[in-house]
Design a binder for this molecule. Structure first.
Ligand SMILES: Nc1ncnc2c1ncn2[C@@H]1O[C@H](COP(=O)(O)OP(=O)(O)OP(=O)(O)O)[C@@H](O)[C@H]1O
Ligand SMILES: [Mg+2]
Length: 271
């Protein structure tokens, strides 16, 4: 049988060894806040993104068991929801360091960059925000379409920010990555300051005990439009985004599908 990326790992085999045995590792992501270690690997001419929880002894913020828990949640999400903008999950291979999630590789550049690079004209963030508004709007349409699907199924976004978007400036395709902390809601904020980038976070994500529901996700979607287009949002869309970003959840759209419907409606009035 040919060796494929679905081949079981050897007993006690670590991801790095397994991947190097099967193919060529061309990228390594080992400085993530999450403590996860991920890889770009080419096997049989196919590129994959392989996400792992990293070494079991490593416990930066979440311990290994918690990181594995989030990866199992990512598997649940990937199996439940298919969308052209979500890199497909091919398989899960168990290793000495827990599950290896094998996704399609997404071409392009991460839109989110470290703060000090945001003003650098060469950065993907700066180039993305400098695109003509209709191209950025097309990306927002896709991001909201993904969240419409998730919202219709009761999921609440977690830790969504510009670092969850990979944009291909040539094909204009966008991929939405890292849904690991999305979960069915509503639920209570049990962290105080939750995971996330404050530019995209709603007030209730900073308040211990506050209710987190899809209105929280609506705020994040609104902020996404605001961060990318600032004051360049055409009138009807500006109204939708202003409502989405209201501090009191009761003043926002009641759910992701409601927000998405309002966005679509305003889009269709742009002409
Ligand atoms: N499907 C993919 N194809 C190509 N690159 C990817 C893919 N998914 C993620 N990446 C790259 O790998 C990096 C890490 O992925 P991801 O954000 O899912 O990991 P994480 O461990 O949750 O990290 P973080 O702490 O930043 O949330 C991303 O910033 C992105 O550059
Ligand atoms: Mg993450």
């Amino acid at each position: 049988m040919p060796v494929t990326i679905a081949t079981p790992a050897l007993p006690d085999e670590a991801p790095e060894h397994y991947l190097a045995r099967l193919g060529t590792v061309f990228a390594r992501f080992d400085r993530q806040d999450s403590g996860n270690v991920s890889y770009g690997v080419v096997v049989d001419g196919e590129r994959h993104f392989v996400k792992t929880a990293g070494h079991p002894d490593h416990a930066p913020f979440l311990d290994h068991a918690q990181r594995v828990g989030l990866l199992r949640n990512a598997v649940r999400l990937a199996r439940a929801y298919r969308h052209p903008a979500l890199p497909a999950l091919h398989t899960v291979v168990e290793s000495a360091h827990g599950p290896m999630l094998v996704y399609d590789w997404a071409d392009g550049e991460l839109v989110g960059v470290p703060r000090e690079q945001r003003d650098d004209p060469a950065s993907a963030y700066h180039r993305f925000r400098s695109l003509p508004a209709d191209r950025v709007l097309a990306v927002l349409d896709t991001v909201f379409d993904v969240h419409d699907l998730l919202g219709r199924n009761g999921e609440v976004a977690g830790d969504f920010y510009d670092g969850c978007l990979i944009y291909d400036f040539t094909t204009r395709d966008v991929a939405v990555i890292d849904l690991d902390t999305y979960r069915p809601g509503p639920y209570r904020n049990d962290m105080g300051r939750m995971f996330g980038s404050s530019r995209f976070m709603a007030p209730e994500e900073f308040t211990l005990g506050a209710l987190i529901d899809q209105r929280t996700s609506v705020f994040t979607m609104g902020r996404t439009a605001r961060v990318f287009l600032g004051d360049h949002l055409p009138g009807p869309l500006n109204g939708v985004v202003t409502r989405a970003c209201r501090p009191d959840p009761a003043d926002r759209h009641a759910s992701l599908p409601e927000f998405c419907a309002a966005w679509h409606d305003a889009r269709s009035h742009l002409g």
